[in-house]
Design a protein around this ligand. Structure first.
Ligand code: ATP
Ligand code: MG
Ligand code: MG
Length: 349
């Protein structure tokens, strides 16, 4: 069978590898860190830095297509790979989602609503930004933020100085605080032919900036659900996207506001593993290998709960729980805030 290269060896790369193996593909993981969770289930692992262009080239030559589990792959590394083999999804989706400012401008350009935002390239720009956006607000680094890291909240304009200091000189964007009733996300897929398929939107609860749970079905009216799916399709088409993409949305009385997009399989799509015939991981593998998209219709109500840090102590209990599918990532060291696994609980009426 042909080989799928995956940049990044975390839990998303691991679950992509399992899905690929089930469809008869081989996988090759490229990951700078030692002992990656995906390494145990992949056919091959390259442990090397993204600066090691020789290793990247050998990796690329061993693959028939390359994908990624995280959006911060350095541009120079992508150049080396792309000279050899196709990267799916493509460069444009990466370029846009690597930078919050570019991403917000892109989404606005599609006619979608985003939080009010202002560019804060340096400390000097903060005063004008606060005057424009007001408070409460959130200052976020333009690049490399995840799980709420690289963010500082402003309860009032008085917090501006501290917030800027928290950025440690990194370029940032100031976002107006969106008064949302709840958060939802759409996990959507697009094939090379332009077919689009969306999973049912999930309702997300965050704790300390980290996703805690996703519930399907989400609290959405029929028209909100339609809006959410159309927004996702709009984004996929604009990017000529191939693969699975996550779109995070705030639900407000004024309609849906796009928070951010992730050009990859997404934590809030893990419920699909036990709620759909074809889950987000298989859907991504199908899309990037040119298979037809699969049947992602939902056959159960599901609550996904992340197991973070010490939540691992609950595993013996969870093992005995009825209608509870346990997914563990095989990470050896438990750290606070580290995603160790998740459970999908099937809800029976
Ligand atoms: P992820 O792990 O999802 O990539 P992240 O670090 O990129 O997280 P965001 O998704 O931007 O961070 O923000 C994390 C959470 O903080 C959001 O899901 C939401 O609950 C809250 N939040 C972010 N931006 C805003 C905003 N403008 N208004 C209100 N709440 C917000
Ligand atoms: Mg993010
Ligand atoms: Mg987010």
């Amino acid at each position: 069978g042909s080989t799928i290269g995956i940049l990044g060896g975390g839990q998303l790369g691991r679950m992509l590898s399992v899905a690929a193996a089930r469809l008869g593909f081989k996988t090759h993981i490229f990951e700078p860190g030692a002992n990656p969770p995906a390494g145990h289930v992949a056919d091959a692992v390259t442990t090397a830095s993204y600066d090691d262009h020789g290793a990247l080239l050998r990796f690329a030559k061993s693959c028939d297509v390359v994908t990624f589990e995280f959006e911060n792959v350095p541009t120079a590394a992508l150049d080396v790979i792309e000279a050899q083999v196709a990267i799916r999804p493509g460069r444009e989706a990466l370029r846009i989602s690597q930078d919050r400012l570019t991403e917000k401008e892109f989404l606005q350009g599609l006619g979608l609503t985003v939080a009010p935002f202002a560019d804060v390239p340096d400390a000097a720009a903060m005063q004008i930004a606060v005057d424009t956006i007001g408070a409460p607000a959130i200052l976020k680094t333009r690049r490399f933020g995840y799980d709420g890291k690289g963010q500082a909240r402003l309860r009032s304009a008085d917090d501006a100085e501290q917030a800027v200091a928290d950025m440690q000189g990194a370029p940032a964007v100031l976002e107006g605080f969106v008064e949302f009733s709840h958060e939802v996300s759409v996990i959507a897929a697009r094939s090379p032919e332009g077919d689009v398929a969306c999973f049912d939107p999930g309702e997300n609860v965050h704790r300390d900036g980290i996703l805690h749970s996703t519930t399907v079905p989400a609290k959405l009216s029929a028209s909100q659900r339609m809006d959410a799916v159309l927004m996702a399709a709009n984004i996929l088409n604009a990017l000529d996207y191939v693969g699975v993409l996550g779109v995070e949305l705030f639900v407000t009385s004024q309609g849906l506001v796009v928070n951010e997009i992730a050009p990859r399989v997404h934590n809030s799509g893990h419920w699909t593993q036990n709620g759909c015939t074809v889950d987000q991981f298989e859907q991504h593998i199908r899309a990037i290998t040119g298979w037809p998209l699969g049947d992602g219709s939902r056959h159960a109500d599901v609550v996904m709960e992340n197991l973070i840090g010490d939540d691992m102590d609950r595993v013996p209990e969870l093992m005995k729980e009825r209608d509870c599918a346990l997914h563990l990532y095989g990470k050896s060291d438990t750290k606070p805030g580290r995603k160790m696994g998740h459970v999908n609980r099937i809800q029976r009426g």
